[in-house]
Design a protein around this ligand. Structure first.
Ligand SMILES: NC(=O)c1ccc[n+]([C@@H]2O[C@H](COP(=O)([O-])OP(=O)(O)OC[C@H]3O[C@@H](n4cnc5c(N)ncnc54)[C@H](OP(=O)(O)O)[C@@H]3O)[C@@H](O)[C@H]2O)c1
Length: 311
């Protein structure tokens, strides 16, 4: 089921116009989320200039006077290597700010959704991770996001934590745009072949978030849920599919086969990354009856519809 199915075909669910706040609306997910929700709801959104997550005063100033039913927090300090050397800031933005937002939202009786990450896991498991698996972050980014999860759920167990991974979509460029640009510039490319995960398409994710919150006739879901597209892959395989799809779409791709290399050989990485962070979305499917489509299908749609051919 696509995002539009959720936004337009809402049989049996509470279709009333809701008052929604999105914090982080300049980001990749935040911007698309606002665009989608505005079609059916009353949305107030805050980018970083209007709401600084590391400043309790800024958060209070932005939210205190507002009345709302749901708040989606998509804003975060997402630069994994930057977080590693800016620990205090990472915790303030990814945990302190979210905790404060949860307190304000709870005082208004509003439901809150916190977007989290696969980086809460250490990556040593050989199978996919479900919501009952032990967390053990190996980076400051992962640890700060885990602390954010805990604070948001400590304020209200009715809140929702959605862990996502390898996010891509319209707006701010992500891995697919980067690797396609690289493949158009160079014939030889390498990517880690020993690191696995699941890409998540923002436009699909928005449909799943709506299904878990606004469209649920018996109230929004709570607790931790894993959300990503189906089928796992290595970084190398993800990159290969991106450039093959781009070639099919007419991009002047020079690189043919991306060589798989160990992630340990990527000198630019400051922070450790989980080797395996494949997320199991079974809990979400059991609750909503929605099976996320394959990331390949979503990626093909993204390349064809959202990435512009170079002039
Ligand atoms: N991207 C991924 O691969 C990935 C993977 C797993 C989980 N996630 C999670 O998914 C969510 C959405 O990610 P995304 O891809 O949309 O990330 P994004 O494009 O980096 O968006 C994050 C937004 O948060 C804003 N922000 C950063 N620091 C802030 C601060 N101190 N105060 C207020 N706003 C601040 C950023 O502002 P600027 O516009 O100034 O940068 C940006 O607009 C995040 O919670 C992230 O942790 C992402």
């Amino acid at each position: 089921m696509s995002m539009n199915d959720h936004l337009e075909n809402n049989d049996g669910a509470d279709s009333a116009r809701k008052r929604i706040v999105v914090v982080g609306s300049d980001g990749r997910l935040g911007r698309s989320l606002v665009e989608a929700l505005e079609q059916r709801h009353s949305v107030t959104s805050f980018g970083r200039k209007a709401l600084e997550l590391s400043s309790p005063g800024s958060i209070t100033g932005a939210l205190d006077a507002l009345d709302y039913d749901h708040l989606f927090l998509t804003g975060a300090l997402t630069a994994v290597d930057y977080c590693e050397t800016h620990e205090t800031e990472a915790y303030e933005v990814n945990a302190g700010g979210p905790g404060r937002i949860a307190e304000i939202s709870a005082a208004k009786g509003a439901h809150m959704t916190y977007i989290s990450t696969d980086f809460v896991f250490d990556g040593l498991k050989h199978e996919s991770y479900d919501e009952t698996d032990d967390v053990n972050p190996i980076s400051v980014y992962g640890a700060s996001k885990l602390e954010g999860e805990r604070r948001v759920l400590a304020v209200s167990s009715g809140n929702l934590v959605a862990r996502v991974s390898w996010v891509f979509g319209p707006g701010r460029p992500a891995f697919p745009e980067w690797i396609i640009q690289q493949a158009c510039a160079k014939a030889e490319l390498t990517l880690p072949g020993n690191k696995s995960g699941c890409p998540t398409y923002t436009l699909d994710l928005i449909g799943w978030l709506v299904a878990l919150t606004l469209d649920r006739s018996n109230g929004p879901a709570s607790g931790v849920h894993h959300l990503c597209n189906s089928d796992s892959c290595t970084w190398r395989d993800w990159g290969q599919f991106c450039i093959d799809t781009a070639r099919d779409a007419g991009f002047p791709v020079l690189a043919k086969e991306i060589e798989g290399v160990p992630v340990e050989s990527v000198a630019a990485f400051v922070a450790k990354r989980p080797m395996n962070s494949v997320l199991d979305t079974g809990k979400f499917t059991r609750l909503t009856d929605i099976r996320p489509r394959s990331w390949r299908e979503a990626l093909r749609e993204h390349v064809m519809q959202n990435i512009l051919l170079p002039e």
